[in-house]
Design a protein around this ligand. Structure first.
Ligand code: CAA
Length: 270
């Protein structure tokens, strides 16, 4: 998602972007995706060739987080792990200017908790993009308890400059999107677990009966089953509400290393 956010920022908001990842493999994969998406947009006549070249040229890969020192806004998009995110926000507080906005793309972790590890928590905000970032039209903006109005407004303006529609959520478990999506995905997995129907028929019902672009099991594979499990565990732990309890099957699939598209096997094979 990080590279999708970088591409959208470079292509739609026409802003220079620096990208950092510990894994050079991830960077290489992301850059290949950027090249192929820009080439497709050029070949379809959606953008001119030099616009594509300029968008790519705005993306600079950096080898150290220290290079982020002059950024106006940083978007963290690492895995859903509070300790890792807090360590990053603590480092960013040392590196970045006090006026920089520090945003997180978290899909379920409390913005208030993440902000508590930053030296200026009022500059921390949730900017939750959706996958695939260049295609999905929404960004959910989330204010933690400490987030200032000015930070919230700047975060909104950034998302709008990226061509996105914005919704604003309070810092509740799962925000708007995953508080609604995760019980739905989990119900679909439990339907399969109980033998109510085949995976194909569960997905077909939602695709053809309710005009969803993907069925729920396809969507869970697309998001990543480990990500779905991590989100559901956070929601269940934080609310104590059984409607968020992850199904046994989802846990077992993650134990097996079947994580969906990213591991070439989930409910389906890829
Ligand atoms: N990155 C960028 N663009 C992509 C892409 C990717 N990974 N995959 C597909 N696209 C683009 C294609 O290039 C194509 O663009 P053009 O119209 O400009 O050619 C467009 O999307 C449609 O692609 P396809 O025709 O190949 O396939 P499709 O019509 O089946 O659409 C889809 C693919 C957009 C992914 C569609 O199936 C869809 O909308 N699925 C639902 C996605 C969704 O719900 N995402 C949210 C997940 S939840 C989340 O992200 C947040 C969370 O917290 C869990």
């Amino acid at each position: 998602m990080g590279m999708g956010i970088a591409l959208t920022t470079a292509a739609k908001a026409a802003l220079p972007v620096m990208v950092f990842d510990k894994s050079s493999t991830q960077i290489d994969r992301g850059l290949k995706l950027v090249d192929s998406l820009l080439a497709k947009d050029v070949s379809k006549g959606k953008i001119a060739e030099d616009e594509g070249r300029m968008a790519k040229a705005r993306i600079r890969v950096i080898s150290s987080m220290d290079d982020l020192k002059d950024c106006d806004l940083v978007v963290e998009a690492v895995a859903e792990n509070l300790q890792v995110k807090q360590a990053i926000f603590s480092s960013l507080s040392q590196i970045c200017s006090p006026s920089a906005i520090l945003a997180t793309n978290t899909s379920s972790i409390s913005i208030t908790k993440i902000a508590s590890s930053a030296s200026k928590p009022e500059m921390v905000v949730g900017l939750h993009f959706f996958n695939p970032v260049p295609v999905m039209k929404l960004v959910e903006v989330i204010a933690g308890l400490q987030t200032s109005r000015a930070t919230l407004q700047r975060a909104r303006s950034f998302a709008e400059a990226c061509g996105k529609e914005v919704v604003q959520s309070a810092d509740v478990p799962g925000f708007i999107s995953n508080a609604l999506l995760m019980p739905f995905l989990n119900e679909a997995i439990m339907c399969l677990e109980k033998g109510v129907a085949t995976k194909e028929d569960i997905d077909k019902t939602l695709r053809l009966g309710m005009a969803h672009p993907m069925g729920p099991l396809q969507l869970a594979d697309f998001i990543g089953l480990d990500t779905c499990l991590a989100i559901q565990q956070t929601l269940h732990r934080e609310t104590g509400d059984d409607k968020y309890r992850p199904s046994v099957l989802l846990g077992r699939m993650v134990d097996a290393g079947w994580l969906g598209r990213k591991s070439a096997k989930g409910f389906y094979e890829y």
